[in-house]
Design a protein around this ligand. Structure first.
Ligand SMILES: NC(=O)c1ccc[n+]([C@@H]2O[C@H](COP(=O)([O-])OP(=O)(O)OC[C@H]3O[C@@H](n4cnc5c(N)ncnc54)[C@H](O)[C@@H]3O)[C@@H](O)[C@H]2O)c1
Length: 255
C-alpha cells in the first residue's frame, strides 16, 4: 500500500503512449484518478485506468501552447476539482546533425520539452499551494550524461528540465510541494521504436543491444521499469525529497 495516494488526482502529459502511459496506469493502481493531456487520443490508457476502477479523463492538448494548456487546465479543474500530482512527461526526440538543425527545429524542441513544463506547472501550481500539498515529477533523460551524437537540441532541452526542477523545488518546498525529475535510459516505447531515432548513430534494435550490454542490468529497458520510482516520488514517503533527478537506466556504466 502506497502512502498518501488514495483519492488524489494526477495530471500526466503524454500519457497516450510509452512512459507516460505506464506511469498513468501505475498511479491508478495506487488509487489515483488521472487526467491526460496529449496530442493523440489516449483511449487505451483510459481503458486500462477505468478497468482498475479509477476515473480517467483525456483531452487533446498541445502542451507547448499556452492557450491550449489554459483550456485544458480549466476543463480538468472544472471536471475533477483539483490537481495534486503533476507529471510533466510529454516530449519528443529526433536524430539530427547539429548543422542540419534550423532555429525553428530548435525552438520546437524547447517548446515541447521545456516550455510545456513551465506552462503546465503554472496552470496547476495555485491549487497545490493553497492545499499545502503537491508532487511534481518532470521527465528528463540520462542522455545528459552519456555520449549521444545528433541530439543537441534534445539534450539541451533535458538539461533545462533538470535546472527547472532544482530551481522550482527551492520555491515550492515552503508549501509542502516537492519537485523532482526522473532520467530514464533508452526505453522501448513507440517514440523510440516507431520513428527514425538512431541513438549512438545505430539502428534502434542494435542501439538497444549495445546500450543494454553497457548497463549493470543487461536487458532492454521498458516503461514499467520507471513506474516504481514515480509511485515513490509522488507518495508521502518522499515528502522530504525535492530538487533531485533520479537516473533509472539499469546502472549504465559511463565511460
Ligand atoms: N523512450 C526513451 O528512451 C526515453 C529516454 C529518456 C527520456 N525519455 C523521455 O520520456 C518522455 C516520454 O517519452 P516516450 O519514449 O514515452 O515517447 P512516446 O513518443 O512513446 O510518447 C510521448 C507522448 O507525448 C505526446 N506528445 C508529444 N508532443 C506533445 C505535445 N506537444 N503536447 C502533448 N503531448 C505531446 C505524444 O503524442 C506521445 O503520446 C519524453 O519526455 C522523452 O523525452 C524517453
Amino acid at each position: 500500500m502506497t502512502k498518501g495516494h488514495a483519492g488524489k488526482i494526477a495530471v500526466i502529459s503524454g500519457a497516450a503512449s510509452g512512459i507516460g502511459q505506464a506511469m498513468a496506469v501505475r498511479l491508478a493502481e495506487d488509487g489515483v484518478d488521472i487526467a491526460i493531456a496529449d496530442l493523440q487520443p489516449a483511449d487505451e490508457t483510459v481503458r486500462r485506468i477505468t478497468a482498475l476502477g479509477r476515473r480517467a479523463i483525456s483531452r487533446s492538448c498541445d502542451v507547448s501552447d499556452p492557450q491550449d494548456v489554459q483550456r485544458f487546465a480549466d476543463h480538468i479543474l472544472r471536471e475533477l476539482g483539483r490537481c495534486d500530482i503533476l507529471i510533466n512527461n510529454a516530449g519528443f526526440f529526433k536524430t539530427r546533425k547539429f548543422e542540419d538543425l534550423t532555429i525553428a527545429d530548435w525552438r520546437r524542441t524547447m517548446a515541447v520539452n521545456l516550455d510545456s513544463m513551465f506552462l503546465m506547472t503554472q496552470a496547476f501550481i495555485g491549487g497545490m499551494r493553497e492545499r499545502k500539498w503537491g508532487r511534481i515529477v518532470n521527465v528528463a533523460s540520462n542522455s545528459l550524461g552519456s555520449v549521444s551524437p545528433n541530439h543537441v537540441d534534445y539534450i539541451a532541452s533535458k538539461g533545462g528540465v533538470v535546472g527547472f526542477t532544482r530551481a522550482l523545488a527551492s520555491e515550492m518546498g515552503v508549501d509542502g510541494i516537492t519537485v523532482n525529475a526522473i532520467s530514464p535510459g533508452l526505453t522501448r516505447t513507440p517514440g523510440t521504436l516507431e520513428g527514425q531515432f538512431r541513438p549512438r548513430g545505430l539502428p534502434i534494435e542494435q542501439a538497444f543491444d549495445v546500450v543494454s550490454q553497457a548497463q549493470a542490468i543487461k536487458r532492454h529497458q521498458t516503461p514499467d521499469d520507471l513506474v516504481g520510482v514515480v509511485s515513490f516520488l509522488t507518495s508521502d514517503d518522499a515528502a522530504f525529497m525535492s530538487g533531485q533527478t533520479l537516473i533509472v537506466d539499469g546502472g549504465l556504466v559511463r565511460v
